[in-house]
Design a protein around this ligand. Structure first.
Ligand SMILES: [Zn+2]
Length: 248
């Protein structure tokens, strides 16, 4: 898919008012039954790469090559203004003005959303919760920063978000105070990097993945509250790494 089309898709899905609207435009997909991840590639020509792609996400991160990557450079400010239940995840929509720098280019944060259990694995290990921070540069290239959560101390930002997340798929509400995604992140921003894809249809490739090494914590109750609202796991299984190399 063309980069701008891909970005338009990500944004249109992010901004869809109801899942019914989204389904008129794109084949219905999910995590269970006939529309489960194993069948995504067959649901629509538009999703073919979900089945035959060579650089698909998520992956099991292992055998990383030491490349002395500099810690992630973030310039985040408060800007998470709306929270959406799109039927596949809970997503916080971000206003322009927050960036990361990769390969000398600025990637603007568009939205962040959650998966339970985690999609990526680290050395074969699954985590109970993973957040994806989705960024795009001016050309529409995507970069996702992923962060794992272990069960432990309650997370204050999740407390704020979960208190306002819409229970019904398709509903979007304004947060009563703009949130700053920086409040979710660890101080230590070392990461693994590899090439991958969107983890949901259309599974478009060419996505820069940066998975932070240091997990944060969320309470058992917070993890359960999200899982219960989703009603089923919302993680795509890990995909073959193939010829790809992971660097750290
Ligand atoms: Zn995701």
């Amino acid at each position: 898919m063309h980069q701008l089309t891909k970005l338009a898709f990500v944004l249109s899905c992010a901004l869809s008012v109801t899942p019914v609207l989204a389904e008129e435009q794109h084949a219905h997909w999910g995590y269970e039954g006939d529309v489960a991840p194993a069948n995504w590639g067959k649901l629509s020509d538009e999703y073919a790469v979900c089945g035959n792609g060579k650089n698909q996400s998520p992956v099991d991160i292992h055998s990383a090559v030491k490349a002395r990557l500099a810690p992630l450079a973030t310039a985040y400010q408060a800007g998470g203004d709306q929270i959406l239940n799109n039927g596949h995840t809970i997503q916080v929509i971000y206003e322009a003005g927050s960036h990361i720098s990769i390969d000398g280019a600025a990637f603007t944060l568009k939205q962040f959303h959650f998966h339970a259990p985690s999609e990526n694995l680290i050395a074969g290990r699954s985590y109970p919760l993973e957040v994806h921070l989705v960024h795009a540069d001016e050309a529409g290239n995507l970069a996702v920063v992923a962060l794992m959560f272990n069960e432990g101390k309650a997370n204050p930002l999740l407390q704020t978000l979960w208190a306002q997340m819409p229970a019904k798929a398709g509903d979007k509400v304004a947060l009563n105070k703009s949130v700053n995604v920086a409040d979710l992140l660890p101080k230590d921003k070392h990461y693994y990097r590899f090439a991958g894809s969107l983890t949901t249809p259309p599974c478009s490739e060419g996505v820069r993945w940066l998975v932070l090494k240091k997990p944060m914590t969320a309470s058992k109750q917070q993890i359960e509250q999200f899982a219960k609202l989703m009603g089923h796991p919302n993680n795509r299984p890990v995909q073959t790494l193939g010829a790809r190399q992971i660097v750290e």
